[in-house]
Write a protein of this length. Structure first.
Length: 266
């Protein structure tokens, strides 16, 4: 395909892009076509054909009410002043891009506010022992933010605050499914399993986390707490020592080691 054919193709796409409300893409297509036109030596009839198509595209922009609402400045053009139009298009593209970023930021902030409001609403319902209503609020949140792993962890934390370990565990399992590589999910999942009395599963979870992050002293310490609950004193002492090798000033690990060794001497 010749360069001028590429330019014509880009102009031909403008009408469909405008119908789809893809205004930025339409502007970029015109700008790219004009860039090719300015760089490419053309025959007289090729120039005339290009200018006709260009004017058609600019007319479509001029009569598109939605485009005008977003960009009320007219893209004035006279044949022979293609470089001036090129600059106007470049400015319009930059403004659209800035506007798109600002709008995306605004939407993100609004979604975060919605998320926070609904989390607090669910928390309040749990405190009032309205468990079904709280569950409905949280399920609707998850439906709205399907890919938000941290949201599932936040809901789990709220259930944990109320001592509802089984419910917390369910949300952590969902978070784990979303992101099996996230160490903090493993950690919270292991803690919830231990609190639920599912010690063997908790042990397995922490071991898997440690295999992925062997230098995390807190994972080792939490595994040690599982062994304390299992009354596996030797194993508890071993992982406490490992945690202290990583962080010698880890006071809780020192206490665990001392307690496990004292139990071993009995």
């Amino acid at each position: 395909m010749s360069e001028i054919s590429k330019a014509r193709s880009k102009l031909s796409a403008v009408g469909m892009l405008l119908k789809k409300k893809k205004f930025l893409s339409a502007l970029i297509s015109i700008h790219e076509a004009l860039t090719i036109y300015l760089k490419t030596p053309l025959l007289k009839h090729e120039k005339k054909d290009f200018i006709n198509k260009l004017e058609e595209c600019l007319y479509l922009l001029k009569i598109d009410k939605d485009f005008i609402q977003q960009y009320p400045i007219s893209l004035e053009y006279k044949p022979g002043h293609e470089r001036e139009l090129w600059s106007l298009l470049q400015q319009a593209i930059l403004e659209f891009q800035t506007s798109a970023v600002d709008e995306a930021k605004r939407q993100m902030e609004e979604l975060e506010r919605l998320k926070h409001r609904e989390l607090e609403k669910g928390r309040g319902l749990l405190k009032d022992k309205k468990y079904k209503e709280a569950d409905e609020v949280f399920k609707n949140l998850i439906h709205t933010f399907k890919e938000d792993t941290d949201l599932k962890i936040s809901i789990s934390d709220i259930y944990m605050e109320e001592g509802m370990v089984e419910q917390a565990l369910q949300y952590l399992k969902h978070a784990y499914t979303d992101d099996p590589s996230a160490i903090h999910v493993y950690n919270k999942l292991g803690i919830a399993l231990r609190r639920a009395g599912k010690l063997e599963l908790a042990e397995k979870t922490f071991k898997e986390a440690i295999s992925r992050s062997p230098d995390d002293e807190y994972l080792l310490f939490n595994l040690g707490r599982v062994y304390i609950d299992m009354k596996e004193w030797e194993k508890a002492a071993r992982v406490a020592k490992q945690a202290l090798e990583i962080n010698p000033s880890f006071k809780e690990a020192k206490k665990m080691l001392h307690y496990a060794e004292s139990r071993l001497k009995r």
